[in-house]
Design a protein around this ligand. Structure first.
Ligand code: SIN
Length: 280
């Protein structure tokens, strides 16, 4: 067995770590997969530089962590249904993922995580910001934690990927299949992460519509409070992309936000999403 020594260097006080000393174009052995999974569980998102993977190598890397969860709504990279294209052209204004969210929370079994690989980056801007939902949960008062632990929330794809969505209209060349936007899922508002055991605040402003047994109007003030609280700068890290950079994030324990500050330039990313397990 090879014995590659990864360096794991945290990028902020909240979440994120750079992984150095690994070439992801080579197949990973089981020991390496365990080390990377431990780093992902500890830091929420792990970053790699200079990984100029072929699409096949990108898919093979992701498959070491679980089966691929093919996104229904994103256009696929030509010839690779497993790879969702996250693209913005110089003449376009709407970007994909330009608001706080966690991927696939509208599914009954949300994705474990995503492996995003930068193919083409703007000369400046186009960063991605991540936020740690364990830190966000832990910073709440004991009283609010107790209330939230008794609640479940509904998450939906309808208003985001359905035909009437402004988001779909703004990115109609890159998003499609809006008739498939029929998913609604209920999840606990506070999860215990299936691997790290840490408690996670699991609502997000993109997909969560309301608390179960509350109306959307009754839910809105508390959800707005939680969104503002969880987006505090001290729970975040920010990643600057270069061609060949990879971010591999945990969809349960983090939010992410693709910053749309590079109008007039092209940004092309390839995303492979990994299936998760039931959340409770
Ligand atoms: C996404 O939301 O999956 C895309 C994030 C990014 O392009 O930075």
């Amino acid at each position: 067995m090879r014995n590659r020594h990864f360096e794991v260097s945290p990028t902020s006080g909240a979440l994120g770590a750079f992984i150095e000393g690994v070439d992801l174009s080579e197949p990973l052995d089981d020991d390496e997969v365990v080390k990377l999974r431990n780093a992902l569980n500890a830091h929420g998102v792990i970053f790699f530089r200079d990984q100029k993977l072929t699409p096949e190598q990108h898919i093979a890397f992701a498959e070491r962590f679980g089966p691929i969860d093919i996104n229904r709504f994103f256009k696929a990279a030509p010839g690779y249904p497993q790879i969702a294209e996250v693209r913005k052209e110089p003449e376009q204004k709407t970007n994909i993922g330009g608001g706080w969210h966690t991927d696939h929370s509208y599914d009954q079994i949300p994705a474990l995580g995503s492996v995003l690989l930068a193919r083409e980056t703007p000369t400046r801007g186009g960063d991605t910001v991540f936020a740690c939902m364990n830190r966000a949960y832990e910073a709440l008062s004991d009283g609010l934690k107790k209330t939230l632990e008794s609640l479940r929330a509904v998450h939906s794809s309808r208003h985001v990927f359905g035909a009437n969505s402004a988001y779909v209209k703004g990115a109609s060349d890159r998003l499609g299949n809006s008739e498939a936007a029929t998913q609604d899922a209920e999840h606990p508002v506070v999860l215990r992460h299936p691997e790290s055991g840490k408690k996670i605040l699991y609502v997000n402003s993109a997909f969560t519509t309301h608390f179960v047994d509350w109306t959307p109007q009754e839910s809105a003030p508390l959800l707005e409070y939680l969104y503002k609280h969880a987006a505090r700068a001290e729970f975040q890290c920010r990643f600057q992309w270069q061609e060949g950079s990879i971010a591999f994030w945990d969809n349960r324990s983090t939010w992410h936000y693709a910053v749309n500050d590079y109008h007039g330039e092209r940004r092309l990313m390839h995303r492979v999403t990994i299936a998760g397990g039931p959340l409770e």
